[in-house]
Design a protein around this ligand. Structure first.
Ligand code: ADP
Ligand code: MG
Ligand code: MG
Length: 894
């Protein structure tokens, strides 16, 4: 027969932390503490399996459950020395929710259960405190009414307020025993009035009502939303813990509180927490009274004139401190504890791993390694890689508050304030004048890159997490909020409106790219500090991981930043971003608009030295590390001017007619540029561009290699390849350029030739491609687009629907789709390595910085991932975690 009920108490327990899945984290924690001999009120836990079955089977329990519960209740009674339903000396219980993954405060709990018109008199007698008994009873009716009977809490609160008013009293403390007794009658009347049914007097009926309600609270909207945000599966269900009540509201020597074994926001090794004398658990959360500090030290820091627990109850406090230390040592983690003191006696009511800031998580993990409590691998596993964002970017001061103007997607983390501008030109001008600005666009295009560079942050009203704005901003490490759909921009008026409010050009706003908030005004920010702890944890991650971490950069500034963050080379240098530089876009346009080969050759000759210096500085910065350069990728029309004014301007400079520019733009225009004349197709049509780029790359590598005394580790790759024939044609041209360099300089630098894999055909033909290519770099952004047939630029309108309807488990552009895109990648790796066992494999799409995707790449045997500079530390940590997991799996598999 299945076991449904697990008991604990009196220094014993069935189960403990190891049974967390079955007992829920609360039940498991209570069992564990009880088995350690700590003071825990006795109780029992109905397993999560009961919760799941009940919700799945139309609210039925297995028939044998009632008897098991009765037996367990009798067991509590034996330990507590009083019995459930006994009217002389009643045992009261709490009925508490608790899922395997703790969801603080999301589900329901009922306290003081077992009170009725008879038992309340018994409680009054045994406790010698009639006021306490009736206060507890009215709390019970109120909680039971809310949680089990579905009555609105405010109904109870209103009646209580009316009653106090009628007495001319303000505070609960002023009510006497008789008053609380009247309140109980008022509450019972309220229940009868609302439900046409009397408040249940039978303790057993109360108990089963509460058990059912607590199980059902798994599906309340609050909990459902919390699960969605935290990616907790909806199937887990909650366990139910029934536990003997202890009372923190039995006068001045009683209290209830919460504590953290270390400070949850700084991570400092100090006991920290709050308590309320003469109170029950929910009072601390309700915020109706000001909680007091646990320790004297904290009281001095907060300047509170209410005494600390340390001075109020020195002996109990000393015992509590001792329990905290023992528990932390036993669990080897920072804990969040709930406790109650009943007439000087300490009772532990909950222990769970503490939620903490990224800063505290880092500090406590590193400290605990030094204290010999945990291993380096455990420290690494405890840090959520994404939380490092909080440490690497400025963030909004949590104490600052702020006035929210609109919300969008949290596209690139960090926070920034600045004056609103609506064009990239304004942004550049403003920077030149030393002003801080936020660039607001409907969406951005490669033409905006200079404006994005100049701005402190970027806000777009269209586009998703992998829109141009999002990707480029992450690359730059700048805050970006994308797809703020409620914002309407009026470029002519120079305003944007949302929710009936208007922000004008020049007005200050603040973006929080970590949450997607747009705030009015300049909100105070906190600068990031990279601590010694950070460096130390990262060095441990580096010792463990096998995956190399490279970076996607195009500019020397970004390359330097990435190296500081620990990048081990460049996995993707996009040459087109260099083309957009203000000083050379002009020449690029002349090259594109050229009508004769001679004209084009002239423009390219002017571009050559510029490209050469770009590459040379990247090679210098990355000295000793591999650098992968991708040949020109985007379709040429992206480089041409769009608006009339710009076309006129270019025509004047070039001394040609605007009509000619328009005509050329029209010839180059495409209905679907994403699948158009780009990548290798461009290299096939415009051999002279390839020739110029390769010469610039090779000559730069030669110079820098000579200066440094070691050759540059150069890799050249071709984008958007589908067939081996394409690759071979371009490789032949690259070798022609190499021959030319040899002729000019007497030699050429060594380099590797590879290909991007970003089309399903390329993945399938990988065995063929590997005959020519010596490395693969998966362009997972395009591979996701082409595998799904979804255009990233147009996805915003329907992808969210897919996600909210559960048609996709997550955004495949943010985190790799293992089932489809991942399968293509596996096939490509297998076929590629079958042809060429030493084939080097990496990824340069956005997924290279996503922790879940990094696990996939590690499992699939990649050599490296490449990501934007600010994600390099995240990737280093995620790669180490992937390796730790793989080793654990090996251990289990034997
Ligand atoms: P949550 O998951 O929302 O924290 P809990 O089940 O922990 O809910 O209950 C909330 C509070 O109720 C606890 O912090 C504690 O103060 C109080 N409480 C729960 N069970 C008992 C009990 N057996 N005796 C005294 N207080 C209790
Ligand atoms: Mg709790
Ligand atoms: Mg691509």
């Amino acid at each position: 027969m299945a076991k449904w009920v697990y008991t604990f108490g009196g220094g014993l327990a069935e189960g403990g932390i190891a049974l967390k899945e079955r007992l829920g984290s609360k039940g498991a924690g209570l069992a564990e503490m009880s088995a350690l001999g700590l003071p825990v009120p006795p109780g029992f836990t109905l397993s999560t399996a009961i919760g799941q079955q009940y919700l799945a089977n139309g609210s039925h329990f297995p028939p044998e459950l009632a008897a098991e519960v009765d037996a367990a209740l009798a067991g509590i009674g034996a330990i507590a020395g009083r019995h459930f339903g006994d009217s002389e000396d009643p045992l009261l219980v709490s009925v508490r929710s608790g899922a395997a993954v703790s969801m603080p405060g999301m589900m329901d709990t009922v306290l003081n259960l077992g009170l009725n018109d008879q038992t309340v008199e018994g409680l009054a007698r045994v406790s010698g405190d009639r006021r306490f008994a009736f206060d507890s009873y009215r709390r019970f009716i109120q909680m039971y009414g809310d949680v089990v009977l579905g009555l609105d809490l405010t109904l109870f609160e209103e009646r209580l307020e009316d009653y106090k008013l009628s007495l001319g009293l303000m505070l609960d403390e002023e009510l006497a025993a008789e008053n609380w007794q009247v309140v109980c009658d008022i509450y019972k009347g309220l229940v009868l009035e609302e439900l046409d049914k009397a408040f249940p007097q039978s303790p057993s009926e109360q108990l089963w009502g509460a058990i059912r309600a607590v199980i059902a609270s798994w599906n309340n909207p609050r909990a459902a939303v919390y699960r969605r945000i935290n990616s907790i599966p909806p199937s887990g269900g909650t366990a139910v813990t029934v536990q003997a009540m202890v009372f923190g509201n039995l006068g001045a020597t009683s209290a209830t509180g919460v504590a953290f074994t270390r400070h949850p926001s700084t991570g400092e090794k100090v006991l920290w927490g709050e308590f309320l004398p003469n109170a029950q658990g929910e009072d601390v959360v309700a915020g109706t009274r000001t909680p007091q500090d646990l320790t004297e030290r904290a009281r001095q820091e907060t300047g509170s004139d209410l005494p600390s627990l340390e001075t109020m109850m020195p002996e109990t406090f000393a015992e509590f401190r001792h329990v905290c230390e023992a528990l932390e040592r036993h669990n080897r983690d920072v804990l969040d504890l709930e406790f109650t003191i009943e007439r000087g006696r300490l009772w532990m009511l909950q222990a769970r791993p503490a939620k903490r800031t990224a800063h505290a998580a880092l500090k406590t993990a590193v400290d605990m390694v030094h204290e010999g409590l945990i291993t380096k691998a455990e420290a690494i596993s405890r840090i959520e890689p994404r939380s490092l964002d909080q440490l690497l970017h400025p963030t909004i001061d949590p104490e600052a508050g702020g006035d929210i103007f609109a919300r969008g997607l949290p596209a690139s983390p960090g926070a920034a304030s600045g004056a609103v501008v609506f064009t990239s030109e304004e942004a550049e001008l403003a920077r030149a004048q030393g002003r801080k600005v936020i660039l607001v666009r409907v969406e951005t295009s490669p033409e905006d890159v200079h404006g994005m560079h100049a701005a402190r942050g970027i806000l777009t009203t269209r586009g998703g997490m992998t829109s141009h704005a999002a990707v480029v901003a992450r690359g730059m490490g700048k805050p970006c909020v994308s797809g703020a759909g409620t914002v309407r921009v009026d470029f002519l008026a120079g305003t944007m409106t949302a929710g009936g409010r208007t922000v004008r050009r020049g007005d200050m706003i603040t973006l929080d790219g970590g949450t997607g908030q747009v705030l009015i005004g300049a909100v105070p920010l906190r600068e990031p500090e990279l601590s010694r702890d950070f460096a130390e944890l990262m060095s441990w991650a580096d010792e463990i991981r096998r995956l190399k971490i490279r970076t996607n950069v195009d500019t020397p500034a970004d390359a330097r930043a990435a190296r500081n963050f620990g990048a081990e080379g460049i996995g993707l240098c996009r040459t087109e971003h260099m083309f957009f530089d203000v000083r050379r876009i002009q020449v690029v346009r002349e090259m594109i608009l050229a009508e004769t080969p001679a004209e084009r050759a002239d423009a390219l000759a002017r571009l050559l030295p510029m490209q050469k210096t770009d590459f040379a500085s990247l090679f210098e910065i990355m000295s000793g590390l591999p650098v992968t350069i991708r040949l020109l990728d985007p379709p040429l029309h992206e480089f041409l001017p769009r608006g009339d004014a710009e076309i006129e301007e270019l025509a004047t400079i070039m001394k040609i007619s605007p009509a000619r520019i328009r005509a050329r733009t029209q010839t180059l225009a495409e209905a679907n540029p994403m699948l158009g004349h780009r990548g290798v197709r461009l290299a096939i049509s415009f051999p002279e561009i390839v020739e110029m780029q390769v010469r610039a790359i090779l000559e730069a590598a030669l110079e820098v290699g000579d200066q440094a005394g070691t050759p540059v580790e150069l890799e050249i790759m071709v984008p958007l390849v589908a067939t081996k024939a394409e690759l071979d044609l371009i490789y032949a041209r690259i070798h022609d350029s190499e021959a030319q360099v040899k002729k000019l300089h007497g030699r050429a630098p060594p380099f590797k030739l590879g290909t991007m894999i970003e089309l399903p055909r390329a993945a399938l033909a990988a065995g063929q491609l590997a005959l020519s290519a010596t490395f693969f770099s998966f362009g997972t952004n395009d591979l996701t687009q082409t595998t799904f047939g979804i255009s990233r630029d147009d996805a915003a309108t329907f992808l969210n629907t897919y996600l909210s309807m559960g048609l996709l488990p997550h955004d495949p552009f943010a985190s790799l789709d293992r089932e489809g895109v991942g399968e293509l990648i596996r096939i490509a790796c297998e076929r590629g390595r079958a042809t060429r066992p030493e084939l080097q494999i990496g990824v340069c799409g956005e997924h290279g910085g996503d922790p879940a995707s990094i696990h996939f790449f590690a499992e699939t045997g990649f050599d490296y991932v490449s990501c934007s500079p600010f994600r390099v530390p995240i990737a280093r940590l995620a790669a180490a975690q992937a390796e730790i997991e793989a080793r654990q799996k090996d251990d289990i598999d034997g």
